[in-house]
Design a protein around this ligand. Structure first.
Ligand code: ASP
Length: 432
């Protein structure tokens, strides 16, 4: 059995959904489709999920969401009409959803309705059975998958039958609707693949696989034919956005292969993600922008046990969760997403930490990016060296280099404003 997940662009309008239909019909092993909410039809368009979050925000501020909701309703009605799905089937659902959003059911409920309606309409169109993710996907309070999910799905799905399941959401053990983080339909696809011991998890999107570098910046970037689970996680973490980095977890220990495919060019082979692709070398380079850097110094910093833990707890209190760290004998550098804390929050945090832990100094600096290079163990050292050389040759400031923590990636800190130039220079050196 093959589980297919179709992303927002693949279900953005009726035309795209017809492509989905022909993909599903062209291989009888494709028995389960996991779908996203309709995404953008063009670059100026809105994603349904964004509009649903907007509705919830308006309600929270005590304003009406009617206007925005009408845009959502119109979009679904157009899709349904063009697919020959009778509007009366889901008109009641739209009314109920608006009522619930107005009543303040919250962000997760609102956001989940995009996937819910999308899957419902597609199931009617395909004449495949609809399964509500709320009945089969159990999500823990920390947004991880509850193990009970696998038995529920396996019990619910019969071999030989066909199903459409909405991605992105499930229910907590207490029966409250909960979403994964953005892009989380990839996670649902992985969960369903594991529950059904699928032979393949196909992830259908609008590009022909994972590129060695963002093709919007590096025009001649090539597609990675095959890469390991580990590499894809590392590459997603540093900004490659094709596949959700948490979606590897459900199948990591099972070994189900994942194929990233293009709905608009189904004949392209795409990227295969497997536990071990059996090839050596570098796979890709990516840059994660929008980071800030905390630089903290104190003589004999680590002499006092529990110091690092105490400092991190304090950062969490100020809403800062660092994503990358570096440690020196008397200093710590933490990178975090800039949007986590405003300038005034950062200033209060620095003041409090300095006083409470008698630091010699602490500063927060904005405008950083982390470049990640991924590849196999034997290639990553030379890859890192070549990347550093390329940056130096192009006069790009190197803020940090970290090759220690993972054997399949190297992380290089740079200034955000250099990120595009850096990506081009490093791509050319490593893959050009
Ligand atoms: N629709 C959700 C989002 O836009 C989830 C997904 O597409 O995977 O993030």
């Amino acid at each position: 059995m093959i589980v297919c997940k179709f992303g927002g662009s693949s279900v953005a309008d009726a035309n795209q959904i017809k492509k989905v239909q022909s993909i599903l019909m062209s291989d009888e092993r494709r028995q389960v489709a996991v779908v996203s909410a309709p995404g953008k039809r063009n670059k100026d368009d809105d994603k349904i999920t964004d509009l649903l979050y907007q509705c919830n925000d308006l309600v929270r501020k005590g304003q009406s969401c009617r206007q925005v909701f009408n845009v959502i309703a119109k979009r679904f009605s157009e899709i349904a009409r063009a697919l020959g799905v009778e509007e009366k089937d889901f008109a009641g659902k739209l009314d109920e959803i608006r009522y619930q959003i107005d009543a303040g059911r919250g962000a997760d409920y609102a956001a989940s309705r995009g996937e819910y309606l999308s899957a419902y309409i597609i199931s009617k169109f395909l004449k495949w059975e609809f399964i509500d993710a709320a009945d089969v996907v159990v999500i823990n309070s920390d947004s991880t998958v509850n193990e009970a999910t696998y038995a529920k799905l396996a019990e619910r799905i019969e071999n030989g039958k066909h199903y459409v399941i909405p991605g992105f959401y499930g229910e907590t053990e207490q029966g409250v609707l909960k979403t994964f983080t953005r892009g989380g339909s990839d996670i649902t696809g992985a969960i369903v693949s594991r529950a059904l011991s699928a032979e393949l998890y196909e992830n259908w999107t609008d590009v022909s696989g994972i590129y060695r570098a963002d093709p919007r910046v590096v025009e001649n970037a090539s597609v990675i034919p095959a890469m390991s689970y580990k590499e894809v996680r590392e590459l997603s973490d540093v900004g490659a956005s094709v596949f959700h980095e948490e979606a590897i977890a459900p199948i990591y220990h099972i070994g189900i292969p994942i194929n990233i495919k293009n709905t608009n060019k189904p004949e392209d082979k795409g990227t295969m993600i497997v536990p071990d692709p059996g090839v050596t070398g570098l796979s890709g380079v990516s840059v994660r922008t929008g980071l800030s850097m905390i630089n903290l110094r104190k003589l004999m910093l680590f002499k006092k046990s529990g110091m690092r833990h105490a400092l991190l707890t304090m950062l969490h209190i100020f809403g800062i969760r660092p994503c990358y760290s570096l440690f020196g004998i008397d200093s710590i550098v933490w990178f975090f997403e800039s949007k986590m804390a405003s300038d005034s929050v950062c200033a209060s945090m620095c003041e409090r930490l300095k006083k409470e832990y008698e630091l010699d100094s602490i500063e927060v600096d904005r405008g950083y990016a982390i470049m990640g290079i991924t590849g196999t163990v034997d290639a990553i050292g030379k890859g890192c060296l070549d990347a550093v050389t390329a940056l130096a040759e192009n006069g790009i400031e190197i803020v940090s280099v970290n090759m220690g923590a993972s054997d399949t990636s190297a992380l290089i800190g740079i200034r955000e404003e250099d990120s595009q130039k850096a990506l081009k220079a490093v791509y050319d050196k490593l893959f050009g």
